[in-house]
Design a protein around this ligand. Structure first.
Ligand SMILES: [Fe+2]
Length: 269
């Protein structure tokens, strides 16, 4: 599945909400980006349509709404809203998380980690495959914080490997989520990255932040991923709105160049 995908290059992730200001920032930069990852919401359909018209590069869609680990039938209303938007965007691919965030009537308000049991794995496989059948664009799965947990009988690495295999999917490597995971359960990032088949990594996304200590932590993981031969089809710098404002232009330009050179020098001219 992942071999047939185009190489998209380096871009930025941002939400549909207030998308104009992200596009303004990106268009003011010296470095052009190759791809956008748009974070969609079932409740922002009109804004999504405007964003799609204004974005001039290939689009990947990203969301947090499917609750793939919920052991009941999915919330049909939400799945329908999301699938209509994916049809409209027709993204190169789209992604959601290896988590559950409630039952159809009650939302947890957060991305809860998988329980590493056989029945939980079966629920993930069943829900992922049923959504993949309904929607044309390829769906890939992102690691979440607390992915490596001691809840259940399956080793976290086996859980991930089996899930990807049984859903014929690929991995979106969320660097921030690797760092956050360590706060809950101490799995070394090198150990985790070594456990992944590099061919399964379709995409990497990573925040670009002003906090130098945090950024260095992220960069260290990225450098290791490159060193062991992980070559994503797209690399996205996540632009976050946390009251901190956008990164300095020169820093963002440099980060785009770095990702291009590190992950795509053999494939992009
Ligand atoms: Fe994500």
């Amino acid at each position: 599945m992942t071999n047939e995908l185009p190489v998209l290059g380096v871009g930025a992730t941002f939400p549909v909400f207030n998308y104009q200001k992200y596009l303004r920032f990106l268009s003011s930069l010296e470095e052009n980006i190759d791809v956008v990852e748009l974070i969609i919401s079932p409740f922002l359909e009109e804004e999504m349509k405007k964003a799609v018209q204004d974005i001039q590069v290939p689009i990947i869609a990203h969301c947090t709404w499917l609750s793939l680990g919920t052991d009941t039938l999915p919330n049909r209303e939400i799945v329908k809203k999301i699938s209509d938007q994916i049809d409209y965007i027709s993204p190169v691919w789209w992604g959601d998380h290896i988590c559950f965030n409630g039952v159809p009537e009650v939302s947890s308000g957060t991305l809860l980690p998988p329980i590493l049991t056989k029945s939980s794995l079966d629920a993930f496989v069943r829900n992922t495959n049923s959504i993949k059948k309904e929607i044309n664009s390829p769906l890939f799965l992102e690691n979440v914080p607390f992915l490596f947990n001691p809840l259940g009988e399956i080793d976290p690495f086996d859980f991930l490997k089996t899930l990807i295999k049984r859903t014929d999917s690929g991995l979106i490597l969320g660097i921030e989520n690797i760092v956050e995971s360590y706060n809950y359960y101490p799995i070394d990032y090198q150990h985790f990255l070594n456990s992944i088949n590099p061919d399964h990594v379709v995409e990497i996304h990573c925040p670009v932040v002003k906090d130098e200590i945090k950024q260095n932590e992220y960069n260290k993981i990225l450098e290791y991923a490159a060193k062991i031969g992980i070559k994503p089809k797209a690399f996205l710098w996540q632009l976050k709105e946390n009251g901190d404002g956008f990164p300095e232009e020169a820093i963002f330009n440099e980060r785009v160049q770095w990702a291009r050179k590190t992950f795509f020098s053999e494939v992009l001219a």
